[in-house]
Ligand binder design. Structure first.
Ligand code: AMP
Ligand code: MG
Length: 353
């Protein structure tokens, strides 16, 4: 496979990837479109969970946070060229796609509606069935597909979401979650408000390696849940008082990730599972991986981390979950494809498991 021209995508473009260039397609092919928040992505997977294409592009606002309408416009502009690009990368014609899947929620209304519209149009034009996929469940399913994890507790840590999810009695259930903002948003806000750009997670991770003094920050675990806005306010205050950015970054990571480890460990003990899977953009963080791995080893459990491009929001995870649903007999009429901004993880009947 040659170098890919991603120049027509926006400034946040990641390279389109195919793990296996132009393989003979195996069984059902599903094309999935992701677009719950800042990222629009299109993935194509086959029945063996081979990711034939996974292209995506993230909105990077120059100033301030993500504006839902602006993000939706970005997705609207890119989704069609991305569908074509994904088909190119996978080496398949769109008419070879058997199922079209899309992210039905949870997420930002305008973004969800944009990708749902694109998915409906594609499904109608190639006469393929359409399935709406829960974004959080998709993070877990792609992790199970591409790692050796079989029945893990998922620590899903992204920009807008922070949840501890596990399968119990036919559904994915949320055992703990953030009571206010997602951990990624907290990192992003701290970086932005201290003038360090976006996304904040990788910026803080780099800075933290130069820090080392653990400053006091509120550790806020309530039962199985966590909260980050108090920590954000306190971190901003420390920075304003003149503490080094590197030390504050280090302290934010230590405290926030310890909170996440605590609730994840409690969920693992509660549901008696000995696997932990990471998902979401923050799962790329080496310090978080190190802490979760240590916690897992201490209790004779194992940690799994999918490749980075499957940790962040991506179309391949939507495609794979849509394929599982389709194979299990899930069929949706166009009326069933209405998006749901507050689509709960435990609303999904996981009939494929
Ligand atoms: P997602 O919403 O799952 O696409 O992930 C995006 C979030 O992941 C943003 O909030 C980023 O700041 C965060 N992120 C990306 N890379 C890292 C990293 N290395 N460490 C911490 N957070 C990260
Ligand atoms: Mg996500």
């Amino acid at each position: 496979m040659g170098a890919l021209d991603t120049s027509k995508f926006g400034n946040g473009s990641e390279v389109a990837r195919a793990y296996i260039p132009r393989p003979p397609s195996a069984g059902v092919l599903c094309l999935g479109i992701e677009g719950t928040a800042h990222t629009v992505g299109v993935g194509i997977v086959d029945e063996k969970a081979r990711v034939l294409a996974n292209v995506y592009d993230m909105v990077r606002p120059e100033k301030g946070g993500i504006h839902p309408r602006e993000a939706a416009n970005h997705h609207a502009e890119l989704v069609v060229p991305m569908i074509r690009k994904a088909a190119d990368v996978a080496g398949v014609a769109l008419r070879d796609v058997d199922v079209v899947a899309f992210s039905q929620g949870p997420g930002l209304g305008p973004c969800l509606r944009t990708v749902a519209t694109a998915a409906r149009a594609l499904a109608l034009s190639i006469d393929a069935p359409i399935v709406g996929v829960n974004h959080c469940v998709a993070h877990l399913e792609i992790g199970r597909a591409v790692t050796d994890a079989e029945d893990p507790v998922l620590l899903y840590v992204s920009g807008g979401n922070t949840q501890v999810i596990a399968f119990a009695r036919g559904r994915y259930r949320v055992f703990g979650e953030t009571l206010d903002i997602g951990v990624g948003n907290m990192l992003d806000k701290f970086a932005r408000e201290t003038g360090h750009g976006f996304p904040g997670g990788p910026i803080l991770e780099r800075a933290a390696t130069e820090g080392g003094s653990l400053l006091p920050l509120p550790y806020s675990v309530k039962g199985m849940d966590v909260a980050f806005s108090g920590l954000l306010t306190a971190a901003l205050q420390l920075h304003r008082k003149g503490e080094r950015f590197e030390d504050v970054a280090f302290s934010i990571q230590e405290v926030a990730f310890a909170m996440l480890c605590e609730v994840t460990e409690r969920a693992m003990a509660h549901v008696e599972k000995d696997e932990v899977l990471l998902g979401g953009g923050v799962a790329r963080n080496q310090r978080l991986q190190g802490m979760v791995d240590r916690m897992a080893r201490d209790r004779d459990a194992r940690m799994f981390v999918p490749p980075a491009e499957l940790c962040i929001d991506n179309g391949a995870m939507i495609a794979w979950t849509g394929l599982l649903m389709h194979k299990a007999g899930v069929r949706m009429s166009v009326e069933d494809t209405v998006v749901d901004q507050r689509f709960r993880t435990d609303e999904v009947d996981a009939v494929w498991r």
